[in-house]
Design a binder for this molecule. Structure first.
Ligand code: SF4
Ligand code: MG
Length: 336
């Protein structure tokens, strides 16, 4: 069977212009710079990377909230970038988003019931009465009480508001849910509850998730596969177990080493990354990670490493991934 979502060579460049009268393009912000991945039915693909790596832009491109500069996005075999009007509306219903900040994404003047029912109304699903019945069912599904429908978002905690955001996304029965850092704004104690709810909903409803996060700790209980992004490109992609057990890209290793290990003696001792992420306006030539990579060599500054298969369904974009020092470190971050 074909994957539910297939993204190929996806690019989003924003031209940078200079001059007051005759605006001349002097460069481009390469927010997303040639990204490819698939999301299979019923699975969770996590997109992980530091802020500014292009993961949220990728999410918005997939949902066609913004238009790509290049590349294709196929949803259930249909090219999302080429369909218009009614066909796009039909596709939109099948892919929904859960935002990072559930408060900012909920209209404070709508009751929770109306907020959850809104996407159904937009897509012309049911009538007022059937939508209210569905709201009650959705509230129960996400672990809230049906009477909460009459209340307003400010009356709820962050975790409850994210449950409301999830209920709203699920109201139109999507197949793909794009989750843009859905737990990053929540207390750590609440994060696990929301992640567990999302896993439970996935199993019950057969959902596929594109799950965006800025660190690997959040996705270790959630992801089936993980794509690690840096400065607009995928550095490594693979199954979660393989990626945690044998990370092959220096950037993946650095991200994993940042996860607190329950046993400090077994924590991956990797030199912390120096410096900041370069500006997407000035992506370094060659390997875009070379300015921060402890293993960079001359070739890295000249030649762009392509993503290549290294077995076990893992792909890595590093010239030297086979010969990097390993020293038997445990990068698993306590994943068992
Ligand atoms: Fe580091 Fe070179 Fe590999 Fe890039 S290609 S990650 S700079 S070793
Ligand atoms: Mg973001």
């Amino acid at each position: 069977t074909t994957p539910l979502l297939e993204v190929e060579g996806l690019q989003k460049h924003y031209p940078v212009k200079k001059g007051i009268v005759l605006q001349k393009q002097v460069g481009a912000v390469k927010a997303v710079d040639g990204v490819s991945f698939t999301v299979n039915r019923g699975e969770t693909l996590a997109l992980v990377g530091e802020s500014g790596c292009g993961k949220s832009t990728t999410a918005r491109l997939v949902l066609r909230l913004i238009e790509p500069s290049a590349g294709t996005i196929r949803f259930d075999g249909q090219d999302v970038t080429k369909v218009g009007g009614g066909a796009m509306r039909a596709l939109r219903r099948r892919m929904q988003i859960v935002f990072q900040d559930p408060y900012a994404s909920l209209n404070p003047r709508l009751t929770v019931g109306d907020a959850i029912a809104e996407p159904m109304a937009v897509h012309g699903i049911g009538n007022a009465a059937s939508r209210q019945a569905k709201v009650q069912e959705l509230l129960r599904l996400v672990g809230l009480q049906p009477f909460h429908a009459e209340r307003y978002p400010h009356e709820f905690s962050g975790g409850q508001r994210q449950r409301i955001g999830i209920a709203r996304a699920l109201s139109v029965e999507p197949e793909l849910v794009v989750c843009d850092e859905p737990v990053s704004a929540l207390d750590v104690s609440i994060q696990a509850q929301v992640v567990n709810l999302m896993k439970d909903l996935q199993a019950r409803l057969g959902l596929s998730y594109l799950f965006i996060a800025h660190d690997l700790a959040v996705v270790k209980h959630m992801a089936d596969r993980i794509a690690v992004m840096y400065l607009g490109a995928v550095m490594e992609i693979g199954g979660k177990q393989a990626l945690f057990a044998k990370p092959r890209h220096p950037y993946t290793r650095a991200l994993l080493a940042a996860i607190p290990h329950p046993d400090p003696a077994r924590r991956g001792r990797v030199t912390p990354l120096g410096g900041d992420v370069p500006s997407p306006l000035a992506v370094p030539p060659g390997c875009r990670f070379h300015t921060r990579c402890p293993f960079a060599q001359e070739r890295c500054k000249l030649e762009v490493p392509q993503l290549r298969d290294v077995g076990d369904g893992q792909q890595v974009a590093c010239h030297f991934s086979e010969t990097l020092p390993d020293a038997g470190l445990d990068y698993s971050g306590g994943l068992t």
